[in-house]
Write a protein that binds this ligand. Structure first.
Ligand SMILES: [Zn+2]
Length: 187
């Protein structure tokens, strides 16, 4: 945590790591990129470092985030993709000039000059998971206060939580406490 801001929940999938910058959507939502600088920080730890971000760019980012969330949720529940969300994702994808570059160690890096470029990479990542192009399955987190859409890449496609360390753990703890109560009640 940095200067009192909520920390990031980073996963292995860029697009859903991005939607996870707003968590507990069905409970008490936690905004993890409350300021332009926090978006700069998030982009830096996500391999999309940019120098600065304006308030308008943060708005663009949040609009993309909610569009990805809506489209990913529709995919997970097998509903028709919301047209407005598709439009936002496509606009952001088209309006960036990011370039993939290969390092001499054989790794892919993104060359981005600004927030719009970084958002285009995130939008393209969202397109690749929503379109079914990548190996995995869109699913919704089992936590009732979360219901985040996540991309399940487990062998069995039976992952239940968006994040094992938070939603998964909380559910385990709740079950444990319920068991303890039952035990102490019956003795
Ligand atoms: Zn969750």
């Amino acid at each position: 945590m940095r200067s009192g801001f909520p920390d990031f929940r980073l996963g292995s999938v860029l697009a859903t790591s991005f939607t996870a910058t707003l968590t507990e959507r069905r409970g008490e939502p936690v905004e993890r990129i409350p300021t332009p600088q926090r978006l700069v920080d998030w982009l830096a730890v996500s391999g999309l470092a940019v120098e600065s971000c304006t308030a308008a760019q943060l708005d663009l980012a949040r609009e993309l985030r909610e569009a990805i969330h809506a489209a990913a949720t529709a995919t997970a529940t097998r509903e028709v993709l919301p047209a407005a969300a598709v439009q936002v994702i496509n606009d952001r994808s088209v309006q960036g000039r990011a370039a993939a570059v290969l390092t001499s160690e054989g790794e892919r890096r993104w060359r981005v000059a600004g927030v719009e470029d970084a958002l285009s990479v995130i939008a393209a990542d969202a397109i690749s998971i929503i379109s079914g192009e990548r190996d995995g399955k869109m699913a919704l987190c089992a936590s009732p206060t979360c219901l985040a859409a996540f991309f399940d890449t487990s062998q069995s496609r039976t992952r239940r939580w968006c994040d094992m360390n938070t939603c998964g753990n909380r559910s385990k703890k709740a079950r444990f406490q319920a068991n303890q109560r039952r035990k102490s009640g019956s003795s």
